[in-house]
Design a protein around this ligand. Structure first.
Ligand code: ZN
Length: 150
């Protein structure tokens, strides 16, 4: 009988073959020998485990959860809408050109330029605000649709 037993860490090192200096104690101590045998079986069992292998395609699963790449250019739908608006307004101006000329020739030229400038300014600010709102909503949608942001 030995007064002080080996620590669990020392017995584990011996069981893994890392601490041969404890062989004398383990040979003479049934309690430590039993623990060493248990750790040897545990290590052998762990080493006998097959390496973990996924039974599905990991890359496809990861790619499915990645957010779509962001586009900096305007989306195609906006270009189509702008083109349609320009075509319709151009056609209307062409069809009603006689009336348009009559309206603007009757008014004072200074007043006409003030009206045109005001109209263009309002249209530009409205368009910019529309674009800003659209981008903000698209950003929110992309953030909510992505499962996890890293
Ligand atoms: Zn012992």
């Amino acid at each position: 009988m030995t007064a002080t037993h080996l620590t669990d860490a020392a017995i584990q090192e011996y069981a893994m073959g890392l601490a041969p200096q404890h062989a004398a104690h383990i040979d003479g101590c049934p309690a430590c020998r039993a623990k060493a045998q248990m750790y040897r079986e545990m290590v052998a069992g762990i080493q006998a485990q097959p390496a973990p292998v996924f039974d599905f395609d990991v890359s496809a699963a990861v790619l499915a959860h990645l957010p779509a790449p962001r586009r900096t250019a305007l989306p195609r739908l906006l270009y189509v809408a702008l083109t349609a608006i320009l075509l319709v307004s151009g056609a209307a101006l062409y069809i009603f050109r006689a009336d348009v000329v009559a309206v603007f020739s009757g008014a004072a030229s200074m007043m006409t330029w003030v009206m045109v400038t005001s109209l263009l300014t309002i249209l530009i600010f409205q368009g910019l605000d529309l674009l800003k709102t659209y981008r903000k909503k698209m950003r929110e949608m992309l953030q909510h649709s992505s499962p996890a942001t890293v």
